[in-house]
Each structure stands twice: as C-alpha cells, then as structure tokens.
Write a protein that binds this ligand. Sequence first.
Ligand code: ADP
Length: 343
Amino acid sequence: MAHITLSHVSKTYPPQRRGGSAVTAVDDVSLTVDRGEVFGIIGYSGAGKSTLVRLINGLEPVTGGSIEVDGTDLVTLPERRLRAVRQGIGMIFQRFNLLRSRTIAGNVAYPLEVAGVPRAERRARVAEMLDFVGLADKADAYPEQLSGGQQQRVGIARALAARPGILLADEATSALDPETTDEVLDLLARVNQELGLTIVVITHEMDVIARIATRVAVMEKGRVVETGDTYDVFTNPQTDTSRRFVRTVVRALPEGDALATLREKTDGRLFTISFSDEGASEARVFGALARAGVDFHLVHGGVDDIQGRVYGLLTIAVRGSDEAVASALAGVGPGVTVQEVAA
Ligand code: ADP
C-alpha cells in the first residue's frame, strides 16, 4: 500500500541573480514508497535528493506535479494542515542538528513541547525513546559530550518522539565511521521492524542501500533513472549510473587497463562466475572445478551480502584443454552463470 506517492514532481529554482539561469533540481519524478518499507534514494551530490526530501515533508512547494502522503495531497493543502502532515514525518540529518544548549532529554523533548504535549506525558515519552535508542543514561548530558554515533541516536529519538509514521533520513550516516554507521543502520532497521515506520533513506553510499533499503531509486540530474528491488538493482543494474554505484560495493570485473594488466599476469582463460542465493555458493562452485581436475584460481571479485541475500561475482583464470574446461564449468550447478571474458 502506498504511503508516499510522487507523480511527475518537479522543482525549479528561479535564477539566483540577474542574467543567471533557473535550476531544475527535481525533474519529473514519479515514485511510490509503500507503507512499512525502507526505501532508498541514491545519487551523487547535486542529483536533487535533498530538494526531494524538502518537497516530501512540505518544507517547500513543488513547481509541478503532486505529492500524496497518507492519501493527502500536499500541493493543495493550506499551511495549517500542512503543519499537521509535517508532524507525522520525522527527520534525521547528516550533522545531527541537535541543540547544543539543551540536554539530551531536552533535545528529545523539543518536538513534544512544540506540539503542546503536557509535561508528564513528555517526560514519559522522552524516557521511553532514550531507552529505545540505548541512551537512557545520557539524559542529562549535553550533545558535545557524546560521540557522533550517540548524537545520531539522539537525533533518531527526537525524530520519533512525536510518533511519526514516516522517517526521512538525509545522509544520516555520511558523517560517521563505518562501525558507527553499522550501529545507526541497525537502529534504523529496528525503527522499521519494531515500530513499523516507513523510512526513506537518502544517501550517496551504495553500501548503505545494500544494508537497509528493500527498494531503491537512483537519481541523476534531478531525474530518477532507475527504480527497483535493491537486490535486482545490485545484480542487474540497468543504467550506467547504477552500475557505477554498484561497483563501489560489488567488485565487478576489472575493465580497461586493469583488465589488460590482469591478462598479462595470468595465463589461462578468464571467466566470470556469478550466482545469487538460489542454493549456490563459492564453495560449491570451487568444489565442482576442483573435482573436474582443471587448474584454476580466483583472480578477482568476491561474495557480497545484499539485503541479507548472497551475491557472488568472481573472476577466475582456468587452465586446461578446451574440453576439460568446458566440462568443469558445466558442472558448477544450477543458479550459477558462467561467462568467458572476451579477449
Ligand atoms: P543533492 O541533495 O542530491 O546533493 P540538492 O537537492 O541539494 O542535491 O541540489 C540539486 C540542485 O539544485 C543543485 O544544482 C543545487 O545547486 C540546486 N539547488 C538546491 N537548492 C537550491 C536553492 N534553494 N536555490 C537554488 N538552487 C538550489
């Protein structure tokens, strides 16, 4: 069921100065985010992701198209009603955006104060949220006393305080190291699974998408150039932009000079072997080749975990008679695709 629906959404900013040109930051974007899913939006800097977020939470008006949240059309909504919709959408940011002069508890309480929630109820809710993000013992600390990962967990507690149905995460892990990123992504997964929120994750990092998003839209120059299940986009990207992002996670076949160098160093024929999680594994593929008695070794690639599913993309060099090689490769079993690397 659709939770957020964008139909032909555009946003054009007028020229910044006389003689300048208008910028179309979002260009005819249509997509649907289902209730309860984690939807990823990936693109390079300037692709229009942050603008899209500001349109979805009604902070800026669209210049074309329509946006529906929970069946309510934001475009025609008067400001007063828009505020209510905004309260149903929590946000977290790259720089956490905590109030430095307030304690951790004070930061989480802030949106509840704005919403006019009575004091006793506020305190109970703040305690509940700090407990959920594992920071109950930091209630009286100040943001600067916390690590980046802890500050982002406070950001999440604050975003959830007013019980939104949607959480927008704008580059929420981009300022964090890999280990802390994992912690925050685990927490977002819990927000999705245990609290049932719909989450939209904006990022320029494909491994964030691999870890958390069930579906992904790839943006470039204001447009969505590809949308699909995360696993499908990883294993079978349809556009150059998507392929470039996938390559940052999945070590695909080397190309150009790297491939030429590899050929020089390796004797034997090169094959790419790919498999998904339909019962295939690296061990089974290598086992089959070993039993066939051909000489082979792994020259490139590896096995990745995409949304909890296995995806293997290996390049091997094989030596042996054409016949032996053919019969060895035929024995790798179902679910495995073998392709010779063109000379
Ligand atoms: P991303 O979040 O993917 O990095 P943005 O949405 O920030 O991309 O920006 C998309 C394009 O829109 C960029 O060319 C940017 O310069 C332009 N842009 C964003 N906000 C404004 C604004 N308020 N006024 C004018 N141009 C803007």
